[in-house]
Design a protein around this ligand. Sequence first.
Ligand SMILES: Nc1ncnc2c1ncn2[C@@H]1O[C@H](COP(=O)(O)OP(=O)(O)OP(=O)(O)O)[C@@H](O)[C@H]1O
Ligand SMILES: [Mg+2]
Length: 220
Amino acid sequence: MSDVIIAKNLTKISDFNSSQILLRQVDLVIEQRKKVLITGPSGSGKTTLLHTLSGLDSFNKGSLALLGHDMGSLSHAKMRELRRRDIGIVFQFHHLIQGLSVRDNIMMPLMIQGVTHSDINTICEILNLSDMLLSQPVNLLSGGEKQRVALARSLIHRPKILFLDEPTGCLDQKNARDLWDMLSSLHSVWDMTVIVVSHDMGFANFSDQHLTMLDGRIYC
Ligand SMILES: Nc1ncnc2c1ncn2[C@@H]1O[C@H](COP(=O)(O)OP(=O)(O)OP(=O)(O)O)[C@@H](O)[C@H]1O
Ligand SMILES: [Mg+2]
């Protein structure tokens, strides 16, 4: 099985305060198809790590290979292309586009690429998003519905790696459990690596690699 992420000595310093080290010499290997859970206290650097590993954010020292690409030397254009094609991200705060319908929000990653065909029906069926809901503007949805729409959007281009930042943050226990189940079904159908940041220990059953972050360091 190949490694989809290899981070060596990965170090990130704050752009605003050069004495603040956000990621400290992170060494990490993640194999294809693994389900990885990252936990740690608030402010320990989990979101920063996720954004750096996914190529959204830069780093200052060390090296990062993402799906075989050296992220230290990849051009911005190639990095964007890699993210659009192979990476899915569910952000901590959704970042859905207000005023657009649920369907258009989900289809946005494909619209940007000019792709018209999609797995939208399959994904919406698994995520229990009805036809009626698809035509609504996203601002009318509940927190749990927004989480599922954000998940659908992150999956619409069939990413090789899916990053999720606190996907159950505003869900009750039942909805959280439904979301782990949905992720498990999707993971078993698709050849996908899943990396979840969460305080929700329910994901411990879902995952097969558990990492802890503390003050910018990772503990395996
Ligand atoms: N772009 C940035 N530039 C500078 N500092 C940042 C940046 N993003 C986050 N930080 C700082 O990095 C530290 C870690 O933040 P981060 O959001 O990664 O924590 P977290 O573990 O995800 O916390 P939470 O569980 O509350 O979401 C914090 O001190 C934060 O203020
Ligand atoms: Mg965070």
